[in-house]
Design a protein around this ligand. Structure first.
Ligand SMILES: Nc1ncnc2c1ncn2[C@@H]1O[C@H](COP(=O)(O)OP(=O)(O)OP(=O)(O)O)[C@@H](O)[C@H]1O
Ligand code: SF4
Ligand SMILES: [Mg+2]
Length: 334
């Protein structure tokens, strides 16, 4: 993203709390995604990745409390309801879900399902919608003559995932939120889908948020990566820096969980242990109970700071020199 270009998606101080939940699922999260950029979002199960995406699409349960701002260009999405929300969802921002096979109706032809989505969002008759559906399938390298009249069970898992991508993009959305879209696929199909997403981003100038618990997958598709832990941003940085020089102990732990070529994972995920300092939810770092670098000063809540090329929420980051705090946050968060 160039400095002059406005962000396609701008999220500021987003918090989400589910009714009856003791702690927020998302805590003051801020980030932007530029045009033609893929932001990878990493974090273990329950870290709040999907909650961010669902908040952006207005798909959280009605009793979930959402505060902060989610802007699509100039349009604020938080608080948008009904017809005004539906006019944006699908047409300007869309989501690709993980379970492509189960997300498709098993008893309806694929073409009919894409046509339904197109006609729900765009003017035009059935013939026009079918032509558009064929184009969307071609965009994801599927042959419309074969796929339009097929049922989902007649397609492979990889083809179904391509259909879901075609459906998501069929109404012209230029911001796409992909929530673990390759997790259910085997490794070679995963690679194909990642390459396809990169091609679509480049060809159509899409902006994408790509969610995965796997930093290895994010390394293949992202320009920048944001690491979440218990709803909080722990680190944001360019993908190369993130994969070669992670600064937050949690980013390093996630990276150590990525399987290596010709060997096992370096380790399994660090457990919470009694020897480590407590869980300082009273305001301190919420990673402390798992962190082998925790020290007394971590009882004070760490702010995001610039550590060389990354933005890191840690009082004792790995390597690097802390150069700034708060004021430059928006700049680095771009
Ligand atoms: N509808 C809901 N009602 C109550 N709590 C919820 C709901 N959805 C999510 N949560 C909670 O919010 C937190 C964040 O969940 P979220 O699904 O956003 O995490 P995630 O990072 O996407 O996890 P996963 O990798 O398992 O998909 C978790 O503690 C989860 O239990
Ligand atoms: S602030 Fe302290 S406890 Fe938290 S991740 Fe950094 S070193 Fe560990
Ligand atoms: Mg999720």
């Amino acid at each position: 993203m160039t400095g002059a270009e406005p962000a396609a998606l701008t999220i500021r101080d987003l918090s989400v709390r589910f009714a009856g939940s003791p702690e927020p699922a998302v805590r003051n999260v801020s980030f932007t995604v530029g045009r033609g950029e893929v932001l990878g979002v990493a974090g273990e199960s329950g870290s709040g990745k999907s909650s961010i995406a669902l908040a952006a699409l207005g798909l959280l349960p009605p009793d979930a409390e959402v505060t902060g701002s989610i802007r699509l260009g100039d349009q604020e999405l938080v608080g948008l309801r009904g017809r005004r929300l539906r006019a944006i969802r699908g047409r300007r921002i869309a989501m690709i879900f993980q379970e492509s096979v189960s997300a498709l109706h098993p008893m309806r032809r694929v073409g009919d399902q894409i046509v339904r989505v197109i006609r729900a969002h765009l003017p035009g008759d059935r013939t026009e919608a079918r032509t558009r559906a064929a184009g969307a399938l071609r965009d994801v390298r599927l042959d419309p003559d074969r796929v339009l009249d097929s049922y989902p069970h007649q397609l492979s898992g990889g083809m179904c995932q391509r259909v879901m991508i075609a459906m998501a993009l069929s109404c012209g959305a230029d911001v796409v939120l992909a929530d673990e879209p390759t997790t259910a696929l085997d490794v070679s199909l995963q690679k194909e889908i990642l390459v396809l997403i990169r091609e679509l981003v480049a060809a159509r100038g899409l902006s994408a948020v790509f969610i995965s618990h796997d930093l290895g997958v994010l390394g293949d598709v992202s320009d920048r990566v944001m690491v979440l832990y218990r709803g909080e941003v722990k680190e944001v940085g360019a993908v190369d820096a993130m994969l070669s020089r992670p600064r937050h102990p949690y980013s390093q732990a996630l990276l150590d969980c990525v399987p290596r070529l010709g060997g096992d994972r370096l380790r399994t995920f660090p457990e919470i242990t009694a020897e480590r300092p407590g869980d300082w939810t009273g305001g301190g770092c919420n990673y402390a109970a798992r962190c082998d670098r925790a020290a007394d000063d971590c009882r004070e809540h760490p702010e995001l700071r610039t550590v060389e090329e990354s933005l890191v929420r840690c009082r004792h980051p790995l390597g690097g020199t802390t150069v700034a705090t708060g004021a430059d946050r928006a700049e680095v968060c771009r």
